[in-house]
Design a protein. Structure first.
Length: 221
């Protein structure tokens, strides 16, 4: 990032029913960096899941020209020059059925995010809606991100609260849909996977009602 602080970022890869790959938050195409991904199989779909994680979509699509690019709602209006792509809507893409489900938050003032649920692995995938940056190699990075409002545990950043989560009715409907999925772990773009008590921690982090059978607690692990 400008000024030197490190921001870890995750690309998530899912296998579709066809056997091809769906790549969420495409990575940079640095020379020699993608051979392991290439070995997994053909990339059939690329997803820019929110209003910011499109930066490498164009170069990644150029590497996989046969893939379909799907983008978060409102991204075409916000970013000029995107390659040909399909904007995600409430209906599930045919190629995802039975494998991947999704929920859309926004657009709120032009910003949106798409949450994804991989059915077979019971994994919820979030992008900038929540961070889980619990460990840092450098103390200065910890200080920098805490000052910018990134939480100490799992949860939304100050920026997410100010923009994506400001429409309380839309947020409540989105969280109800997400919490209805039987996920057991959460992957975020920035930070570590959430492997323990994932549904309860997600509910408490966003101040939502926890799924049936989970305790209500004031703290977030």
């Amino acid at each position: 990032m400008p000024g030197g602080p490190l921001l870890p970022s995750r690309t998530t890869v899912m296998r579709l029913g066809s056997g091809g790959l769906l790549v969420v938050s495409p990575p940079p195409g640095a020379p020699g960096g993608l051979e392991h991904l290439d070995a997994l199989g053909p990339v059939e779909e690329i997803v820019a899941p929110n209003s910011f994680h499109h930066v490498y979509a164009t170069e990644f699509l150029a590497r996989h020209p046969g893939a379909t690019l799907r983008v978060a709602p409102g991204l075409h209006a916000r970013v000029a020059g995107l390659p040909e792509s399909e904007e995600l809507a409430e209906s599930t893409p045919t190629s995802w059925r039975g494998v991947v489900e999704h929920a859309i938050l926004g657009p709120v003032r032009g910003l949106s995010e798409v949450a994804l649920f991989h059915v077979q692995s019971a994994t919820l995938v979030l992008t900038d809606l929540a961070f889980h940056m619990a460990r840092f190699d450098r103390p200065t990075d910890r200080l920098f991100w805490r000052l910018l409002g990134v939480p100490a545990g799992f949860g939304p950043s100050r920026t997410a609260r100010l923009f994506l989560l400001r429409d309380h009715a839309a947020t409540a409907a989105f969280l109800a849909r997400v919490l209805a999925w039987p996920f057991r772990r959460v992957l975020v773009a920035h930070g570590e996977p959430l492997e323990h008590d994932a549904p309860g921690i997600v509910a408490r982090a966003f101040g939502a009602n926890p799924p049936a059978g989970l305790p209500r607690r004031a703290t977030v692990d």
